[in-house]
Design a protein around this ligand. Structure first.
Ligand SMILES: Cc1cc2nc3c(=O)[nH]c(=O)nc-3n(C[C@H](O)[C@H](O)[C@H](O)COP(=O)(O)OP(=O)(O)OC[C@H]3O[C@@H](n4cnc5c(N)ncnc54)[C@H](O)[C@@H]3O)c2cc1C
Length: 404
């Protein structure tokens, strides 16, 4: 027997985008359901969880959800740089705790949260517009009808695909990571490791989670490289390559694996009765494959615009458009600039990486962070491109300036 439910807003996917959309829509008075296929929210971790303390504070994420980071170390085959800040501005999230907190926030605003609910199809009206989704839960077949459906299913974009509105991402990052216990951890310092040995089209990382645990990972750009990130990660840990050696004895606790879109902001994200958000919309910074803060911020905006449209009695594409305008205005030029830097980085040989680190050495902490976060404001870029005391830095920022 089919179970049938009716809501104002149906959100598919209980990641940061989905929970944030459900939170804001429920807060704005809509009847909301959040659907997650796994047993619990964040049962499987597919991310390294690096984000920025300023955003954490804006979102109200509690202090016990992250480890603050103050030092940023980079190493290439024959070079090394550490940029030390006076205060921590970056953070490594306890991903489960944070994602569960986000879903709890939605619940507290009155959203229903259904886990173990795997959505695999859409329900359309006679005009071909989406009016619901269907799938299975522990009881059998389920249908959820809604005035607005929000696809927050991540890389899979399950709703957009079932509507034939989007196709599989062609360019993406594949990442593998072990969360490990290690003997010697510098809790304040992250490592990014670049060059062919670490990843031919990407980078490797060490992100400290606590005094006893770090995440060691490898990210590989597809289709640029055929390397399997899991195999490469195992090799690096076995050989104790570069800064991995400093960690001493390593005991793996948990394995993480995930895919992140890297096709630029190529997707349209609003349709009649439908919004795409987070990885489903491709809202990620390609330079460091960072998407959590965008998922939360634009998730909230999606929830707000959807619930406002419902209040106004019409959920046509035109009335959902303010969501797309909002996020494009916020990140489009920054992501375009980050793509330019990524294209430059993807082609670097080991020797060129050694030289690139010499440029990074010249950056002040706030310049480095703006760079890595793709927070490229046009004014600051023009300033850096014309006035930075070092010519090599001016050249780098000229490249970005041209893209903004
Ligand atoms: C290896 C790796 C490392 C990363 N590191 C970072 C980082 O350090 N910092 C950062 O900011 N970003 C990072 N990212 C990117 C970041 O994880 C994503 O941008 C972010 O998770 C996007 O959130 P989301 O809610 O859109 O999607 P997701 O987090 O993928 O959530 C989607 C949810 O939908 C559920 N779902 C999927 N299909 C269905 C279905 N059919 N029915 C019901 N539910 C479904 C999933 O189970 C999941 O819970 C990384 C990504 C990868 C792959």
């Amino acid at each position: 027997m089919t179970q049938r439910f009716e809501y104002d807003v149906v959100v598919v996917g209980g990641g940061p985008a989905g929970s944030s959309a459900a939170y804001e829509a429920a807060k704005n008075g809509a009847k909301v359901v959040l659907l997650e296929k796994e047993e619990t929210i964040a049962e499987t971790v597919r991310t390294s969880g690096v984000t920025w303390i300023q955003n954490i504070k804006e979102f109200g994420i509690p202090d016990d959800c992250f480890n603050p980071i103050r030092n940023f170390s980079f190493c290439s085959p024959n070079n090394e740089v550490t940029i030390s800040d006076t205060v921590p501005r970056a953070a490594v999230l306890d991903v489960r705790k944070t994602y569960r907190w986000l879903a709890e926030q939605a619940k507290n605003q009155g959203a229903d949260v259904f886990t173990k609910t795997n959505i695999n199809n859409v329900i359309k009206n006679d005009d071909g517009d989406i009016i619901g989704v269907s799938g299975t839960n522990t009881q059998g077949h389920v249908e959820f009808f809604g005035k607005v459906i929000i696809d927050a299913s991540g890389f899979a974009s399950i709703v957009g695909k079932a509507m034939n509105l989007v196709s599989q991402w062609k360019r993406f990052g594949a990442g593998a990571e072990y969360e490990v216990e290690a003997e010697n951890i510098d809790k304040d310092t992250w490592w990014l490791m670049v060059g062919q040995e670490y990843s031919p089209a990407g980078y490797a990382w060490i992100f400290p989670v606590s005094e006893k645990t770090v995440r060691i990972g490898v990210g590989v750009g597809k289709p640029e490289s055929q390397i399997d990130p899991t195999e490469r990660l195992k090799e690096l840990i076995e050989r104790k390559t570069g800064p991995i050696k400093k960690l001493g004895k390593i005991t793996p606790i948990e394995f993480h694996y995930g895919l992140i879109p890297n096709d630029g902001l190529s997707r349209k994200t609003v349709f009649d009765n439908l919004i795409l958000v987070g990885d489903s919309a491709g809202q990620a910074n390609p330079l460091v494959l960072e998407g959590i803060r965008y998922a939360i911020k634009f998730g909230r905006e999606a929830g707000k615009v959807a619930s406002n449209a419902i209040k106004n009695g019409t959920t046509d594409e035109k009335f959902l458009e303010p969501y797309e305008e909002y996020w494009r205005k916020d990140i489009q030029s920054k992501i375009n600039a980050a793509s330019k830097v990524q294209n430059r980085w993807i082609g670097l040989s080991d020797k060129e990486w050694d030289k690139e680190l010499d440029i990074i050495k010249e950056l002040r902490p706030e310049e480095f962070l703006d760079f890595i976060k793709a927070d490229f404001g046009l004014t600051s870029m023009v300033k850096l491109a014309t006035h930075h005391p070092k010519l090599i830095v001016r050249q780098l920022f000229n490249l970005i300036k041209g893209a903004t």
